[in-house]
Design a binder for this molecule. Structure first.
Ligand code: NAD
Length: 280
């Protein structure tokens, strides 16, 4: 599908209906934040190379909390150094244009959507936020900002006992953990807004999926629900994957084999045109 056709699908649906945008690591790849699938996502400790999907687990945290914290603190520094890109800005424009008819479900933990201006009440961070931590023993679901002393954490540094003490739960003094959803954990509403995200999928009139490989469960359920509801899906990704299959199966939907920053500004301009035309 070309951008012009995709823009007209989105504009037509968003004119009076609801838009749901679902983003993954690909939208932030253009801002210098590595995806999990790219080579930069891997982590070497001693002679062992870890795949992100084994390090981003509760099991890895239990076995080697300092190594896992070191990986997250370094990734947090990479996210803090990055700025929102053209894709994020276009998504924020869509949020402004559509107000309550817009929802964003993001798997990204980098905070770039919030920094580009998407209001918190329109956004579901279903995998958490790397800038926050919470009690590893779950004494409460409260989250806390990662302290400033961990800003600019170098790639090879492992936190020591004093560092880990600074990341302890302020409520019970037990160990703290990154506020993210690990691959061997389950979604929920209080921490990850999973039901709210499915509600958004149940009421959307068009779904735009950006930069996700479809390796996680809730995003795939969102795509499957959109197909079942016969909602058009547009998949923006330079590579094919499970969301490409869903997009091709959805009536009126299709795939855009392009980078997020190359096509999302065109989609938000089309929405601006449609919303403007409706107001006249
Ligand atoms: P993924 O790493 O599995 O897949 C990234 C996808 O983005 C791939 O399909 C790739 O083809 C596509 N892509 C690459 N460059 C792109 C571009 N410029 N425009 C559009 N698409 C592009 O990531 P995922 O599907 O989001 O899921 C895996 C997990 O990774 C999630 O749990 C997420 O929390 C975590 N993660 C988040 C970040 C972040 O917050 N920025 C970074 C890495 C991983």
């Amino acid at each position: 599908m070309d951008v012009t056709r995709a823009a007209s699908v989105v504009a037509e649906r968003a004119r009076n209906g609801r838009l749901l945008v679902l983003t993954g690591a690909g939208i932030s790849a253009e801002c210098g934040i590595p995806t999990f699938r790219g080579k930069e996502g891997y982590w070497t400790r001693g002679s062992k190379v870890y795949h992100p999907m084994e390090l981003a687990t509760h099991r890895a945290f239990v076995e080697q909390p300092a190594t896992v914290w070191g990986w997250y603190l370094y990734r947090r520094s990479v996210c803090r150094a990055a700025s929102p890109g053209a894709g994020h800005r276009a998504v924020a424009d869509m949020a402004r244009l559509l107000g309550e008819r817009f929802d964003l479900v993001t798997q990204n933990v980098d905070g770039l959507h919030a920094r580009s201006g998407v209001p918190p009440e329109r956004m579901y961070e279903i995998h958490g936020n790397i800038d926050a931590y919470r009690c590893a023993r779950a004494c409460t679901t409260r989250t806390y900002p990662v302290p400033e002393r961990f800003d600019d954490w170098p790639k090879d540094r492992i936190p020591d006992a004093e560092d880990l003490a600074a990341l302890a739960c302020p409520a019970c003094g037990g160990p703290g953990r990154p506020h993210v959803l690990w691959f061997d954990e389950c979604y929920d509403e209080p921490r990850f807004r999973a039901e709210s995200a499915m509600d958004a999928a149940a009421r959307c009139d068009v779904l735009v999926v950006v930069g996700t490989s479809g390796a996680t469960n809730l995003p795939m359920q969102i795509g499957a629900l959109a197909v079942a509801r016969k909602v058009p899906i547009l998949d923006v990704n330079p590579e094919d994957g499970p969301f490409g299959d869903l997009a091709r199966r959805s009536p009126g939907g299709g795939v855009l084999r392009a980078k997020a920053g190359e096509v999302l500004p065109g989609l938000s301009s089309a929405i601006a045109g449609a919303v403007g035309a409706r107001r006249e």
